[in-house]
Design a protein around this ligand. Structure first.
Ligand code: PMV
Length: 328
């Protein structure tokens, strides 16, 4: 078995606006997807997934998607596990030139699915890393990020930025603007996450913002204002000024709300964090449901969130400087 893991991420600043060329700053958190692969000689893929915040399941299918049997699992679960793995293994075949290779693939993840924490990027990064290593090729983080980006791009039909996959492959805080991705110096951040147990539909939410931006100049201005918040946020991170980082996160959440991508439960968690004197709080990722990220060096926010109606789970997540990890 060849085993790799890759971290999830939170957006400190800039989701949605990044789709229109503004910068964004995601940072990797110590919550990981682990993907183990074992080569098969019959060219088939067998995917076994557990702990994906949903029921464990096993799916067996051939090298092409047409060859899939009907399986009694939700479409989102299939998408999350098998489509990303399928496409990631295509990248492995492309890198290694071994078009016929098949694998037994096991996924374990402690990143909630589709909740703004980059679960699919982490699965794609870890699967490509494990698959290529199993065939004797070790990719540099930049190339791994690029291959994982292509995986997301394929599965999400062109609706993907490089942010999640670059962040997951390299770890740490990163700055993404268009095709330009680089690591950022960041102070240690006291990150608390609140999860409402749900997930947003990224495609729908991105389309909603696109529509607003086309219809109203003030919505286009809101997207640009998010870019300004991000640039200020970078300065605050470089200066190690956590209070300013928090203030700007609050601002960023307000602008995302104006663009219609927050929800009652996300707002309730953001306000619970602010009432607990968090330095700042905002939704992370596409929104609509899923997770918020707050900054709080004290235990107050985590406690407050655990009593907040609509919050299913609250946890602290350390920033990690370690991207892909080669475990076996
Ligand atoms: O919810 P996530 O983690 O997939 O993040 C989506 C971020 C968006 O900016 C809304 C879309 C994108 O691809 O950048």
């Amino acid at each position: 078995m060849t085993l790799s893991s890759a971290p999830g991420k939170v957006y400190l600043f800039g989701e949605h606006a990044v789709v229109y060329g503004e910068p964004a700053v995601p940072c990797a958190i110590e919550r990981r997807a682990r993907v183990g692969v074992e080569r098969r000689d019959d060219g088939r893929l067998r995917v076994h997934a557990e702990d994906l915040s949903l029921d464990g399941f096993t799916v067996e299918y051939g090298a092409t998607t047409d060859d899939r049997p009907d399986v009694n699992v939700s479409e989102s679960l299939l998408t999350a596990a098998t489509q990303y793995v399928d496409s990631a293994i295509e990248q492995v075949r492309d890198v290694t030139g071994d078009d016929e290779v098949g694998f037994d693939v096991t996924i374990e993840s402690d990143i909630p699915l589709g909740a703004g924490l980059g679960s699919s990027a982490a699965v794609a990064v870890a699967a490509i890393d494990a698959g290529t290593r199993a065939l004797g090729t070790t990719l540099e983080p930049d190339e791994l990020a690029e291959r994982a980006y292509r995986t997301e791009y394929d599965v999400q039909e062109g609706q993907a930025s490089r942010a999640d996959t670059f962040c997951s492959a390299t770890g740490g805080a990163v700055r993404v603007e268009g095709d330009d991705c680089r690591s950022l110096e960041s102070p240690d951040l006291p990150i608390v996450i609140g999860f409402d147990g749900g997930a947003g539909d990224t495609g729908e939410l991105v389309a909603g913002v696109r529509g607003l931006r086309e219809q109203y100049e003030f919505a286009a201005d809101t997207v640009e204002a998010i870019g300004d918040v991000v640039r200020n946020g970078e300065d605050a991170l470089a200066a190690g000024d956590l209070e300013e980082v928090g203030r700007l996160m609050n601002f960023n959440h307000g602008l995302l709300s104006a663009l219609g991508v927050s929800s009652r439960s996300l707002d309730a968690m953001v306000w619970a964090a602010r009432d607990a004197d968090a330095l700042g709080a905002k939704l992370t990722g596409a929104g609509g449901g899923g997770c918020i990220v707050a900054l709080d060096p004290t235990p107050e926010t985590e406690t407050a969130l655990s009593f907040t109606p609509g919050c299913e789970n609250a946890f602290r997540a350390a920033l990690t400087g370690e991207g892909v990890k080669r475990l076996e």
